[in-house]
Design a protein around this ligand. Structure first.
Ligand SMILES: [Ca+2]
Length: 491
């Protein structure tokens, strides 16, 4: 279409919509086109650490407001009790053992297909902001290299401002490979960067996927004096931990207000959850009285705060439907009617779109967990659990009647117990096949390059040129001084 006739067309379209009047305009704006998607995840925030669960010392007014306006999941599960595996599950819809990212710091295989790649192909602009932890590097967050084969860009993110792992006040981050020193609170930095990205997408009239993975409140926690003020009776460690959650909550407020200012809040899905359960060494309570902590598949290790806000579709309410980070990609795929070729199969999550629309039934597909030797199968209120997969020592719990998982009822329900055990072992066998690489067209796992093999950042030769510059930075000082002690000045 040439310009003049386009303007003519636009002019008549405006005149036409004016004739239709306000009511139909509202109806039109309510018709969801492609929703924008914001996935926001904290690092080590336990199930009990929100204001809406009446935490004894922590207040989270912004998460509370989000919960009141959205779908609050009282049984939302991180797919694993640890960082990288849960991140892999978000991007693939699969149990992390299938994907390479089986333990903290392990790289995601390049043979996987991600949510970001699928959305990019569907016309979305995609961005990652914050902690990545899928490139094989362990230790404190360091900026990612632009040519790292496992950086966010390699998995479908066009824009990124990222670090390998947790990060605190005044971090050094990587903007698509360019190292940038930033000032201020880490949660505020990544939310501001994500909002800039969203603003640009709105100006360009493109739907967006913004993945905001915070490093808070993961240790070492460093909070500002102001954010620690409410916790003066706590230990220094707990004060900083809770202070970081205050800063995160404030950033959630900035994010929600920003979406409203951009005029896109109505048709934006904002999905918040934590990446694993709470910590045992933080006081007071992080897991809301559940059993176990981060690292275990007891409820305290895997059940996390979870809220989905989508004003155009979701009516505010609370649900006890068990859902998981593995459901995020399948849910979005169904909403956007993406072909199932966007996934490497099998996937382990299911679409929650029917639940979003208010059709709440029992969950048909259980939520499976396998993390090292610790495994669980959650089938609505029933939970099969083992800490020793190789010995097949399973126990059965009813989470509704026994939320603290104290009474093994396997003997009282032998048939159900056997059924669930069989179901779990069948599923687990499919995971073994995935580990062998059977899900990939190559029929095997392609070897990882050296830098993607799990390693400490400080042993990575690419970072050695930065040691002198970074030697006095609190997050790196210990590692650098141990690995490359400072030469004593000559007398
Ligand atoms: Ca974590």
């Amino acid at each position: 279409m040439n310009m003049p006739s386009f303007h003519l067309f636009l002019g008549s379209l405006i005149a036409f919509t004016h004739c239709l009047g306000l009511a139909s305009l509202n109806a039109a704006s309510k018709t969801p086109g492609k929703p924008n998607i914001v996935l926001i995840m904290t690092d080590d925030q336990g199930w009990g650490q929100t204001g809406y669960y009446n935490h004894p010392v922590l207040k989270t007014p912004n998460l509370d407001a989000m919960a009141a306006d959205g779908l609050r999941f009282d049984r939302f599960y991180a797919a694993a009790p640890s960082c990288s595996p849960t991140r892999a599950s978000v991007l693939t819809g699969r149990n992390a053992n299938r994907t390479g990212a089986k333990s903290h710091g392990s790289a995601l295989y390049l043979q996987e297909k991600t949510l970001a790649q699928a959305l990019q192909r569907d016309g979305y602009t995609t961005g990652h902001f914050g902690k990545w932890h899928l490139n094989g590097t362990i230790g404190p967050g360091v900026p990612l290299f632009g040519d790292d084969k496992h950086n966010p860009g390699a998995f479908g993110f066009e824009e990124w401002l990222s670090v390998t792992n947790y990060f605190d006040l005044d971090p050094i981050m990587s903007r698509k490979g360019e190292f940038v020193e930033l000032k201020g609170d880490s949660s505020a930095i990544i939310v501001d960067a994500a909002l800039d990205f969203m603003k640009k997408a709105v100006e360009e009239d493109k739907p967006f996927l913004a993945v905001i993975w915070d490093g808070s409140p993961h240790s070492p926690s460093v909070a500002s004096e102001e954010d620690k003020a409410a916790f003066e009776n706590l230990s220094e460690r707990s004060k900083n931990h809770y202070g970081e959650l205050v800063a995160f909550d404030r950033a959630v407020g900035v994010l929600r207000a920003g979406l409203r200012e951009l005029g896109v809040a109505e048709n934006t899905i904002v999905w918040f959850n934590s990446d694993n359960g709470g910590l045992g060494n933080i006081k007071p309570d992080t897991v809301g009285g559940l059993k176990g902590f981060k690292g275990s598949v007891w409820e305290g290790g895997i059940r996390v705060p979870g809220i989905v806000e989508w004003p155009a579709v979701i009516k505010p309410r609370i649900t006890d439907y068990p859902a998981s980070t593995m459901d995020i990609f399948p849910t979005i795929a169904e909403i956007l009617d993406l072909p199932d070729t966007v996934f490497v199969k099998p996937i382990d999550g299911i679409s929650l779109n029917p639940l979003f629309k208010g059709k709440q039934e029992k969950r048909a597909t259980p939520v499976f967990f396998r993390h090292g030797s610790q495994c669980a199968l959650i089938d609505n209120e029933m939970k099969l659990h083992t800490s020793k997969l190789n010995r097949e020592e399973f126990e059965l719990f009813n989470l509704k009647e026994d939320p603290s998982e104290a009474n093994n009822i396997a003997k009282a329900h032998p048939e159900l117990f056997e059924q669930m055990k069989t179901r779990f072992l069948e599923w687990s066998a499919t995971v073994d096949a995935s580990i062998e690489g059977r899900d990939y067209p190559e029929g095997r796992v392609l070897p990882l390059d050296t830098y993607a093999q799990r390693h400490k950042w400080v042993n990575d030769d690419r970072y050695k040129p930065f040691f002198e510059e970074w030697r006095d930075r609190p997050e790196y000082a210990k590692d650098i001084n141990k690995s490359a002690p400072k030469k004593k000045a000559k007398k």
